[in-house]
Design a protein around this ligand. Structure first.
Ligand code: PH4
Ligand code: ZN
Length: 314
């Protein structure tokens, strides 16, 4: 089952108050693990690929990569009983956005969040016009994802988060389908210095004023067990901290429907890969290293589908 629009999946999640995982891929390995989990959990799933993933999949040619990714996702989604969407994650550049639309992605993100509000609004409006004419939906972002490495004061940090009044104007004027409001998360394995704290008050105001499906970027939980396994086999991931499951559930209660997850899959894959390389020194067939790593990705995704509430919703 290959859905034509990511919107179908997310509008249903919005109406049913649950979250759907959007999992990043660059290749067949992650896709295989994600799809196995979606089928086992009878869960809708969003596969997403960044500009970097497009270039990687196309061996340096992002346009070719867009077609490669569409082809493999369609092929994997063809004979499964769950809805699957393919989304462009963090499209910064118009050429990449156009390549994804042409290749058959079911939605695109235009990320002009680093630009002034009016510019973000104008660029997003332009993409919405083009994407909607092609029958696909659009995600945009307001505010910036602030990492713990950004040594900023509370006032400065607040200034980087979404402004709910701007969100209302932005959604009305652009006609965007999904919005990623910055509420305190960041990409990667080091999200918080102390306790994981998101601005739920701000999130609730954005939801009340826009009512559309909202997206949480930087939503990985950074699972302790996988970090420890990776470190036990030579990795050096110290002081990593993600968004705990109960915080994810709370964010869904307040209006988040798309939960972006990449780091958790990367850590699980790398931990298992390191272990397999250590355990089988005489093995030279890469498939025998990748297979357990794919299983590790499947396990993480399946667990998240239960946590987000999308299991059984296909
Ligand atoms: N993303 C993933 C971005 C991946 O350029 P790239 O392929 O490295 O980009 O958009 C997320 O929001 C993932 O958040 P996470 O790091 O918490 O998993
Ligand atoms: Zn992101």
């Amino acid at each position: 089952m290959y859905v034509k629009s990511t919107k179908e999946i997310l509008d249903k999640a919005n109406a049913g108050y649950y979250g759907v995982g959007a999992f990043n891929i660059n290749d067949i390995e992650f896709l295989a693990g994600i799809m196995s989990a979606a089928v086992e959990k009878r869960s809708p799933v969003i596969i997403q690929a960044s500009e970097g993933a497009m270039a990687y999949a196309g061996n340096g040619d992002f346009r070719k990569g867009a077609y490669v990714l569409t082809d493999i996702v369609r092929r994997y989604a063809d004979d499964v009983p769950v809805p699957v969407a393919l989304h462009l994650d963090h499209g910064h550049d118009m050429d990449h956005v156009m390549a994804a639309i042409k290749a058959g992605f079911t939605s695109v993100m235009i990320d002009a969040s680093a630009r002034p509000f009016e510019e973000n609004l104008a660029i997003t409006s332009e993409v919405v016009k083009i994407a909607h004419a092609a029958g696909i939906s659009v995600e945009a972002e307001l505010g910036r994802l602030v990492g713990v490495e950004d040594n900023v004061s509370v006032a400065e940090r607040d200034a980087t988060l979404v402004d709910p009044n701007e969100a209302k104007i932005f959604v009305e004027k652009t006609g965007v389908d999904f919005l990623a409001p910055a509420i305190g998360t960041s990409h990667g394995a080091f999200k918080f210095k102390g306790e994981a704290k998101l601005d739920f008050e701000r999130l609730q105001r954005v939801k009340a004023m826009t009512k559309i499906p909202l997206v949480l970027h930087g939503a990985s939980s950074v699972l302790e067990e996988d970090v420890q396994k990776a470190n036990a086999y030579g990795a050096k991931i110290e002081g990593a901290k993600g968004v705990p499951f109960d915080v994810l559930k709370e964010s869904i209660k307040y209006g988040i429907n798309k939960i972006n997850t990449d780091t958790d899959l990367r850590i699980a894959f790398i931990a298992e890969l390191r272990k397999a390389l250590h355990d089988k020194p005489s093995e030279i067939d890469p498939r025998n290293f990748f297979k357990p790593a794919i299983e590790a990705v499947k396990k993480v995704v399946a667990q998240r589908m239960d946590v987000l509430g999308s299991s059984g919703k296909a």
